[in-house]
Design a protein around this ligand. Sequence first.
Ligand SMILES: [Zn+2]
Length: 341
Amino acid sequence: MKEISGQTNVLSMRFGSGSTKGIGKEIGKFVIVTMEIPWNLTKTVIGGTPEQVLFVDSVDQVFLDQKLLCLPECDTIVGIGGGLAVDAAKYFCWKRNLRLVTIPTVLSVNAFVTPATGIRINHEVKYIGVTSPNPLIIDYDILRTAPRGLNIAGIGDLLSIHTASFDWEYAESKGKSEYAFSDLAIKEAKSILIDICSMASEIRDVTNEGLLAIVEGYMKLNAICIPLDHFRVEEGSEHFLFYELEERLKRSFIHGHIIGLGIYLMSRLQDNQVENITEILNKTKLDYHPRDMGIERQDLVRSLKNLKSFVQNKPQLWFTIIDGSEISDEWIDYVLADLRF
Ligand SMILES: [Zn+2]
């Protein structure tokens, strides 16, 4: 791969089929933080003998702090799995100032490259700490054991550049941007989007190139967003619809799928190259239809009707197209017409 310049938050990396092999022999004393299925995929290839294999099923801070007390002395924490195992590993690394190795077994969330750790404090998600993987291991064969739809879900937080960057430009045009506006950040983010769109078939087929494109997209996004200290080029109205749905329905979603639905709907509210982005959503076979996620029509209608007052009651949410629009019953009928329930 080509070198990505800037603050990617990845200190070193190994990419390729079989790249997990033997890492355990190179990182001193180590502890594995994982779950059962990812550990079964990697335990025979990793090499070396871990001081402990710690299974986690929660990122609740009380649970993690209990585990931290029993953590043996070691040099390195190896996080193997999806977002939860990797976030737990990052938390231990940060607390103990240890080396971090991340081996994602699915690309559905980008926890394996982001600096902060998402943990739950009193049932609320909070992002704390700073860690960087050394190395990040992207083993295509291991990633392909995950359900295809979950790896494809990894593009949700990259395609969201389409609606989020529009929102930031829109806020700037109304004099409402919360941050110093950066044309360069928008331009660089859009080039990530163009790269991802050009790889749509590879991503749909979960090829090595497709998986690599997703990981590179995340790293480039870090290089834009970490210096700015915010993710406004990637987080906007499409995420805010998801927050409303999550709060209303009190359930979780596969992040990339619900963000895909947000992109579909908010690009229409923005009147923002609707056909192009819908074609990409379809071409990658991202599961963005409400039926894929078990969302009832009436629930989505309620969320859309409530969306403007929802964002206006949350001052921490940035100014977006939602603030500048009236969402009418007729518009809702119109935009839901082609979605599958
Ligand atoms: Zn997101």
